[in-house]
Ligand binder design. Sequence first.
Ligand SMILES: [Zn+2]
Length: 410
Amino acid sequence: MEYGIDAVRIESMLTRLAKITATPGQGVTRLPFTPEMSRAAVLLEEWMTDAGLAVRQDASGAVIGTLRGERDRTVVIASHYDSVQYGGAYDGSAGVVCGIEIARAFAKRGKPLDTLAIVATNDEEGARFGSGFFSTKAFLGQHTDESLSAAKDACGISTLQAMRQFGLSPERLPEAAWDLEKVAAFLEIHIEQSTALEQAGAVLGIVTGIVGMRRRMITVYGRAGHAGTVPMLGRCDAMEIASAAISRVGDIARGFPQTVATVGHIAAESNEINTIAKQVTFSLDVRSPDLARLEATDRLILEELKQACDRFGGRYETTVTLEQPPAPMDEGLQALLTACAKERGIPVHALPSGAGHDSLLMASRVPTAMLFVPSRDGISHCPEEWSDCGHLAHAAGVACAAIEKIMKQS
Ligand SMILES: [Zn+2]
């Protein structure tokens, strides 16, 4: 294949990487700052060295392989090498392995114009400490002593303690920050984890952006009473008010393209079979690649709730618990990747990403783009996760062609 990209080698690397797991026989469990991450880092360092790169592990636990170019301007290929609990062999790892394959292709051609960096990030998933994007936050200099001590795993071990046990010094974390001025492009190859590419019959996905998210908790206050004696006309039932709004959530979101809204949690008080609910608390999670659609969906759902409150004489309170604006991918890079794929006759499909990735954090600071490959049946975060290594090889080939063109730009 073009650039010497080898699907068989990609597959064999992924198979070997998948064997480094805390849960053999039950999928890949590679949590940050664990012996499995150390073993995976050693293997990645070996592969990167073999591909012709100078390798180091940074203070965040990211493994970085560099092919020095004529100039300091750098093209980055990144993905994560940690996993969720009982995860699959492709999430994160696929992008890391493709990066090594891309680097091998460039190393064979001698010194490139721009420097090429292959970055395997640590703790993107947040499966151990809940937060995630650990390496990318370090690249952007966003860590604080407080956040490192506050985040704890299920055993009560803080990120700070876990780093020390792993042999990394938290005091050196600021050294992992990047000089962002030098980054010409940040590219991430990843499995889609959904079914849009399969449905479109595409081999590659060009990510238009990573969806924005607003998460809130809502509490509706009504009036408790006897389920048998309070007449229907005099009721202020928190459950009736909440459900009037909740039943509209799906149709309101369906009114906006690529927008989703979910009520995944609900709790009633007093939660008794013969008592009218005095209070109902529920969650609302709205996501969209477009901030205006996200806000309109959220607003219309709250308007429904307000109307139901007014009708029955109840009231509600709400707090936003997470606010993440959409991260559009760089338009120039999207066009370049699309053109490189089309020149090779590879069917592409443009789509937003409903999941967060390292690119989510990088996109606001450096030109960022993502390439997706189809996930069989859209299944991910479980041992059944599977993608075609031939598709991954196409992604790596398209990335090589795009990188060549990026390097020709001054
Ligand atoms: Zn991932």
